[in-house]
Design a binder for this molecule. Structure first.
Ligand SMILES: [Zn+2]
Length: 686
């Protein structure tokens, strides 16, 4: 009885290693045999057709997958032709990286065409690595099967499958595998470690690589260490075909830190698509934003809005960088055809080309310049970081610089203004008897309060708000007392919430219930304007800033806050600087005013947390907020709760106005009218 493959009776780690090595050697030997088989199947000196010619001769685009159905024509997306021909058999290019926007016909022009061309003209072993296994299979089912059917090459898959069936091997036509004479296509996800290591691959397609994990997990039962980067693992499969292999890396970029497509783009020759001006002929790259020599940004895509802030569609045009002449969206069909790719760098590796393309190049009939301007208007209106990121990634095809870094505290401190913060007068029992406050800032409308509960004190801030979230810190109070009992600190917090500050009412207070929740619930059930609240990252996944929910133990609502987003927003507000050392005299969205008398410690706390990227064991990278040890952060927490209170109040108002979501323009308009009435009344009544 042969013993070579049977396991020893007493299984030890050493045996396992030997066994695994033997299996690996065996696999390697089989792999080389397959390579020889394939290479023998490719006769040398064959005149092959170009991938671009093949596509026009065979491809029919279906109406369910593209806005431009019918026979495939490069004149629709002429910028894709050169990239496609890098993947042709006779091109010396070995690697191609494409950093791209969506809506530029990448999948149809490159991925599908290349797979069809490979099956029909230049067979070899091909692997498609999707953003995950499910996406890879969906791509095959939705796009590849359709392409095979409509390009008239289905018989090649069928014949091979029939042949394999006769010989008793498993089917070569599944969602993850297509067999054809001289090769196969395998579609997998980046976590399929075993498959990434199993077969020699000549053609490799990496799709949406920004979504790949940095590392994939260890072997069976976690006995081995992490296997490493899935891109590197798959690339190693092509080594046997070093002289004839081709690798396509494609992705829409995401966050700049930890990007996978950015370094690949930098490794290649960094090509941009130059198009001619119809007036002066000057060749130029289409840009959303250009940094001018005087440091001021220039936006060549121009638009106008009407008095309601709506886009005037006819006003949209692109301005030539040389002559200032106007181009319209319809001009694309002419200038795209006359464009050309120009490299802007020496590649770091021979035969490595890289391409950058934004949705400004999207052909007539797909994404219009009007639609891009509209998206930009929407981003600006909502001050929404998530929308802005989508705009940068999907429309501009560029990676997004996350600016979570804490602003410099001394810069914020330097802008304190000529008003005093409010002071509390207390009696012998420590109870507030009077609030001595500064005058109401001109543009301020109402207040919110954020409060943080500690064992021996309550810290809270009274923030006044004006249109477009301009804010004034009216007072920062530390109320001493044992918070586990109904002591003076709770009574004082109640006084602050129910009092007016600088002539304005408190419209909403959020109290952090992370510490001693039962006391916070009891306290809040006495008010309509005070709500218990806690930070909850999961709220953000529903793209919202806060969620209201029930509490079992008390008849009040709990507000769960996406504090991470609020911190980002606060930091972006704090970065809005002074104008010539003075606070801006005109309204500046989100500008934060501070009084004369806050100590440096306050500003240090306000900017205490920083954001960092962390990669976990499974290679998933995420941003986390980090508080350096020894630093306190109450002032930051308290301000974030006061900002949360603004959101909850705005939500209430918009609910009242029967709007589906917070519409800031409407909210601030309403606040201005209502507060003017309230303030008039109070003056008349006082
Ligand atoms: Zn011009």
């Amino acid at each position: 009885m042969p013993r070579s493959r049977s396991l020893p009776k007493h299984w030890t780690d050493d045996d396992e290693v030997t066994y695994e090595r033997r299996v690996a050697e065996e696999r390697e030997r089989m792999a080389l045999e397959i390579v020889e088989l394939f290479e023998a199947a490719i006769p040398e000196q064959v005149v092959r057709i170009q991938m671009s010619d093949w596509a026009e001769a065979h491809r029919i685009l279906p109406s369910n997958l593209t806005p431009l159905p019918g026979p495939f024509r490069w004149r629709v997306t002429p910028y894709m032709r050169e990239i496609a021909d890098c993947l042709s058999e006779d091109s010396p290019v070995r690697k191609v990286a494409v950093r791209k926007a969506s809506q530029i016909a990448y999948n149809a022009a490159l991925v599908e065409n290349w797979i069809g061309y490979t099956i029909d003209v230049a067979p070899g072993s091909m692997m498609f690595v999707g953003s995950d296994a499910g996406m890879a299979e969906t791509t095959v089912e939705l796009r590849i099967d359709n392409m095979i059917e409509t390009s008239g090459i289905a018989h090649k898959i069928a014949a091979q499958t029939a042949h394999l069936k006769r010989t008793g091997r498993r089917s070569g036509d599944t969602k993850s595998r297509k067999d054809f004479p001289g090769g196969f296509l395998m579609a997998i996800g980046p976590r399929s470690g075993g498959k990434l290591r199993s077969f020699p691959i000549r053609y490799l397609i990496f799709d949406e690589i920004e979504a790949y994990p940095q590392n994939i997990g260890g072997g069976a039962m976690g006995k081995t260490a992490d296997e490493g980067d899935p891109i590197r693992l798959a690339e190693q499969r092509t080594v046997a075909f070093e002289r004839t292999r081709k690798i396509l890396y494609g992705s829409t970029p995401l966050i700049a830190a930890g990007s996978r497509i950015d370094p690949l783009f930098a490794r290649g020759d960094q090509r941009y698509y130059y198009v001619p001006c119809k007036h002066c002929g000057h060749m130029q790259v289409l840009h959303w934003r250009i940094e001018r020599e005087d440091g001021k940004p220039f936006y060549p895509l121009k638009y106008e809005v009407d008095e309601m802030g709506r886009l005037i569609r006819d006003s949209v045009h692109y301005e030539c960088q040389a002559c200032g002449g106007h181009w319209t969206n319809a001009d694309k069909s002419r200038f795209l055809q006359r464009g050309e790719w120009r490299p802007t760098a020496e590649p770091m590796e021979e035969g490595f080309r890289s391409y950058q393309i934004s949705a400004l190049y999207s052909p007539v009939g797909m994404r219009s310049w009007q639609s891009i301007c509209q998206e930009w208007i929407d981003c600006r209106e909502g001050r929404d970081v998530t929308k802005l990121r989508a705009f940068v990634n999907l429309t501009l095809g560029e990676s997004f610089e996350e600016r979570g870094e804490a602003p410099e505290h001394s810069l914020i401190m330097a802008r304190k203004e000529g008003y005093q913060s409010e002071q509390l007068l207390v009696d012998d029992n420590g109870l507030i008897t009077e609030i001595v406050a500064a005058e109401r800032p001109d543009r301020a409308l109402f207040c919110t309060i954020g409060a943080d509960i500690q064992a021996d004190r309550i810290e809270c801030e009274i923030v006044a708000w004006g249109v477009d979230a301009e804010s004034w810190s009216l007072g920062y109070h530390v109320l001493p007392g044992d918070t586990s009992q109904a002591s003076a600190c709770w009574q004082n917090l109640r006084t602050l919430i129910t009092s007016w500050h600088s002539g304005m009412p408190v419209m909403k207070a959020l109290i952090d219930s992370g510490y001693n929740a039962p006391m916070v619930y009891r306290f809040c059930s006495e008010f309509t304007g005070a709500l218990p609240s806690k930070g909850d990252d999961k709220v953000g996944s529903s793209k919202r800033i806060f969620q209201r929910g029930k509490i079992d133990s008390a008849p009040i609502e709990l507000v769960r806050l996406e504090t991470g987003h609020l911190k980002l927003e606060l930091y972006s507000f704090l970065r809005i600087g002074t104008v010539d050392g003075r606070p801006p005299t005109e309204l500046l969205r989100g500008y934060c005013h501070f009084p004369l008398d806050y100590a440096e410690a306050y500003y240090r706390q306000l900017t205490s947390e920083d954001r960092r990227r962390e990669v976990d064991r499974r290679g998933r990278s995420k941003m986390i907020w980090h508080l350096p040890s020894g630093r306190r952060n109450e002032a930051l927490d308290v301000r974030v709760y006061a900002m949360g209170a603004l959101y909850v109040f705005a939500g209430d108002v918009c609910d009242f106005l029967e709007l589906d979501q917070i519409e800031w323009g409407v909210f601030w308009g309403h606040a201005e009218t209502q507060m003017a009435k309230t303030l008039d009344l109070s003056v008349a009544g006082g």
